[in-house]
Each structure stands twice: as C-alpha cells, then as structure tokens.
Design a protein around this ligand. Structure first.
Ligand SMILES: [Zn+2]
Length: 252
C-alpha cells in the first residue's frame, strides 16, 4: 500500500514538473509566466502579464504599482482575473499590503480584464467615464467610481496625477504621472521604442493620436521615465517616437 502511494505521489510530482516547464504537450497552448513585479524606483514597480493573442502569440502587458502614504495604488489589472489574483498575492508579498485603489487606463482586456478579482478582494476601482461606458460593450466589468469627470487632470493622492489627453489608442485612454519618481505611465497611448507601428488601432483615433501625445508631453515636462503598456520603459524619446508613428499613420 505504501509503495503504491509513493508511486502515485511520484507520478503526480512528475506531472507537476512537466507542466511547470511547459514541455509536456506541444498541442497545448504555451504556458505563460506568472505576472512578475519589477521594482523601477523607490516604491514603484512595473507589473507584467502575458496573454496569447492570435495570430501574434504571447503579448506582454504592463501596469504600475505605486506606494504612497495613503496606500498602494495599482495602475491597470493583469490580462484576466486569475493573473490578477496572482498579482495581488505578489504585491502583498513584496510590499506587505494590498492595493488600496486601482485606476485603469482604458477599456480593453489588457488593462481591466481582472476587475472582478479586484472587486472580490474589496479593492476600490476608478476609471474615466468613457471607460465605464465602453467596458460592458467589450465584455469588461466597469470600475466602481468615475474619475476626471469635470476636468482633464486630477491628483488622486500624494503625487499621483491622472490626465486625459483626448482620444488616441482609444477614446478613453488616460495616463498616470508619479511626480516623486518622475515616472509617466503612458499605457497603450505610448508605443515602445522598438515598435514601428501604433499597435491595435481598432478602437483608436489615429488622426488625433499625435495631438494627444503632444498634450501629455506638455502636461508633464518633468517626466523622465516613460512606461508603455507593451514594451520596455524609456525616456522622453518614446513620446517623440509615438508622435512620429501617429503622424505617419494619419498621413497614410
Ligand atoms: Zn488597448
């Protein structure tokens, strides 16, 4: 009996290992990494999650975690509820607390696919009115509270500023600036340096995109670190790069 149990345990262990390495079945979709946290400044982390989007394969999406005196602010969820639950665990392990509030930067799955996991955990959620309007049409859960209702800029807490520059990647895209670290989270409005196109423009306003990025650049002249959703952080050259891509696309 003992021998049988040991054999069963051994088989289970082998299966678990095979799953971890992702080498077990080539017919299965790739096993994506769990969302990691990368510390980029004192009290600031980039969170990353991956989703297989056909025909491109696994796509990285990034958000931010900011530690403020009034609690942690999470900017954007992971792609889905499961990854967002894992993300919350990692945040809690890394910082000793759960986010007090989450702001999502537009109504697409990579930015707010994990809203239900946040609400389940009792975390406050905030979004632009357009985001809440568009979310249900795209199968997404709206935020509990609307921000930027009567102005294009709002400082939510302790150096964290939200700004609505007008339509670009979507009509509702907002950016988040954290003044103490001079970090600007541009979301999907800002393209990574190694990208030669605007990415997903299905819900976008290509004609207005460059203007929206110029507004962001003018609004936050002190910003030094610019973080896009889908690639490496950089400096202000990412703003110019995106403006150039948007102008090129608008002239096509
Ligand atoms: Zn998007």
């Amino acid at each position: 009996m003992v021998r049988f149990l040991l054999a069963a345990l051994f088989t289970l262990t082998l299966n678990a290992c095979a799953t971890d390495t992702g080498k077990s079945e080539s017919a299965l979709p790739p096993i994506l990494p769990e969302p990691p946290l990368e510390k980029i400044a004192e009290g600031v982390w980039i969170h990353k999650s991956y989703e297989v989007i056909k025909p491109w394969g696994p796509i990285l999406s990034q958000g931010l975690v900011i530690k403020t005196d009034t609690g942690l602010i999470l900017v954007d969820t992971a792609w889905g509820d499961d990854d967002t639950e894992i993300l919350l665990e990692m945040i809690s392990k890394e910082t000793g607390e759960l986010p007090a509030a989450t702001v999502v930067t537009h109504a697409h799955q990579d930015k707010m696919g994990g809203m239900d996991a946040l609400h389940e955990a009792g975390i406050e959620t905030f979004a632009h009115a357009f985001t809440n309007e568009d979310a249900p049409k795209r199968g997404l859960t709206p935020a509990k509270t609307i921000v930027l209702e009567n102005s294009t800029q709002s400082t939510v807490t302790d150096g964290v500023t939200l700004f609505y520059p007008g339509a670009g990647h979507t009509r509702d895209n907002i950016v988040v600036y954290y003044a103490p670290a001079k970090i600007l989270f541009g979301g999907c409005l800002i393209r990574p340096g190694d990208s030669n196109n605007l990415g997903n423009t299905a819900d976008g306003d290509v004609a207005n995109w460059a203007k929206a990025v110029r507004k962001v650049a003018a609004q936050f002249p002190e910003a030094e670190i610019i973080i896009p959703s889908h690639g490496a952080a950089g400096g202000r050259e990412l703003l110019d790069h995106t403006i150039a891509l948007a102008e090129e696309a608008a002239n096509e």
